[in-house]
Design a protein around this ligand. Structure first.
Ligand code: FAD
Ligand code: DHB
Length: 411
């Protein structure tokens, strides 16, 4: 396959070009890429991480907040969990609010003691970048025009342009495409190889960060005819909240007063509960879809995290799936370098996809149970209420939610 950058730019002769070799070339310094790079480093395998954004920007993007038990354990095992254990909040349950009442799902009693950690994704990223750089990790921020090629050979390559305009080429044993939903790696696989499964949801989430004390000691997932609401938290002073909105809604349509009125209306309980209000300093609209591509491999390119699958945020699974993909891929690469075994690499896609589809199902189920669908009638609403009543009153129903929420094992 011809290197596309060379022909595209036609400038190769004029630009300084450096060629480097590494064992694993990683595109993207999100949770998947950084975790993979550090796990490999701890087992003596070298990698180069290429990230298109500047370090400050990567460390500032507001995204997820819930870490599964397995993600907490992984952060600790690789020596990146110190701040998380001090500043994160262990949550042992969630509240489902419907029909004006609260029902709690307890995690430890249904999952042999497991729980989750509330700790912001950008803090996970900061901690991972810190441990990577402290161990001389090679993360190349602000790498532009990244392209991957020769994927079906034993020497796949990555090309990119640095801030000075110099073109670099890295020859790798393997490439990990950890570059999120806007992946350049995924579309580099020849047409027809990947099968894409996709579902769009007819709503989005309006997310805010505000300066206020917590409204609740546990997350509240609230189903209301006006639409879903999630009450989450970040710290004793900063709260994260979301409400279901139109997927095409704009932040400008929502004044602070209108936002709080909507939260109050949707969160009302029979005993008059209301959220604690404060200055809103961040507003975003988030689209919701499910997407899975199969297989998660082409030749020596392996896709991990959001580049291979996207879930709606309702189940808090995206970051955690990225972490388990990184673990599964790291194990396979470690076996390859230790004993030249390729069977785990050959099974990577199947192993990862088994868990990915279960998380996709859980996220779809939570989304369907808790959101108001446009055009839904009273029958649909009654079914949702019945399902919530079942899940919260049946031991089996509660256990199914709890074990999925804290994270299923890798098997
Ligand atoms: P990303 O985090 O997207 O990282 C990819 C990286 O690749 C980025 O740094 C990007 O800049 C870089 N990149 C992209 N293209 C290129 C390129 N061409 N060249 C170089 N670099 C490139 N998940 C949970 O588990 N729990 C939650 O509570 C949760 N809540 C969420 C709430 C919201 C509002 C949103 C939006 C998401 C939430 N998620 C949650 C999902 C989670 O944030 C993502 O699934 C997670 O970030 C995926 O990690 P990743 O490493 O695969 O990709
Ligand atoms: C958060 C996001 C989620 O998608 C979720 O299910 C729970 C919490 C959060 O950002 O805090």
């Amino acid at each position: 396959m011809a290197p596309p950058m060379r022909s595209l730019l036609g400038l190769a002769n004029a630009l300084e070009e450096t060629v480097v070799r590494t064992q694993v070339g990683i595109v993207g310094a999100g949770p998947a890429g950084l975790l993979l790079s550090h796990i490999l480093h701890l087992r003596g395998i070298e990698s180069v991480v290429l990230e298109r954004h500047a370090r400050d920007d990567v460390e500032a993007i507001i995204k997820a907040g819930v870490l599964e038990q397995g993600t907490i354990d992984l952060m600790n095992e690789i020596g990146a969990g110190g701040r998380m254990m001090k500043e994160g909040f262990r949550h042992e349950g969630i509240v489902l609010r419907f029909d004006g009442r609260d029902e709690r799902i307890d995690f430890p009693s249904h999952t042999s003691g497991k729980s989750v950690m509330i700790y912001a994704q950008h803090d996970v990223i900061k901690d991972l970048i810190k441990v990577r750089l402290e161990s001389d990790g090679d993360i190349r921020f602000e790498s532009k025009d990244v392209s991957v090629y020769d994927l079906d050979t034993t020497e796949p390559k990555i090309r990119y342009r640095d801030l000075q305009g110099d073109i670099h080429e890295i020859t790798c044993d393997f490439i990990a495409g950890c570059d999120g939903t806007q992946s350049v790696c995924r579309p580099s696989v020849p047409a027809g190889v990947l099968k894409v499964y996709e579902r769009l949801y007819p709503f989005g989430w309006f997310g805010i960060l505000c300066q206020a004390p917590p409204s609740s000691s546990e997350l509240i997932y609230s189903m209301h005819e006006r639409g879903f609401v999630l009450v989450s938290t970040r710290s004793p002073d900063i709260q994260r909240m979301y409400f279901q909105c139109s997927p095409t809604d704009k932040t400008d349509n929502w004044s602070d007063d209108r936002i709080w009125a909507e939260f109050r209306a949707r969160l009302e309980t029979k005993d008059g509960w209301a959220p604690k209000e404060g200055r809103i300093f961040s507003k975003t609209v988030i689209g919701m879809r499910s997407l899975v591509v199969e297989p998660m491999r082409y030749g020596r390119l392996f896709l991990a995290g959001d580049s291979a699958h996207v879930v709606p945020p309702t189940g808090a699974k995206g970051l955690n799936l990225a972490a388990t993909d990184a673990q599964i891929l790291a194990r396979a690469l470690i076996e390859y370098y230790k004993s030249n075994r390729t069977d785990l690499l050959d099974r990577y896609s199947d192993t990862a996809l088994r868990r990915v589809w279960k998380a996709t199902r859980f996220s779809w189920w939570m989304t369907s149970m808790l959101h108001t669908f446009p055009g839904a009638d009273e029958f649909q609403h009654r079914l949702q209420l019945a399902e919530l009543d079942y899940v919260t009153r049946s031991k089996a129903g509660a256990a199914a939610l709890a074990e999925n929420y804290v994270g299923l094992p890798i098997d």
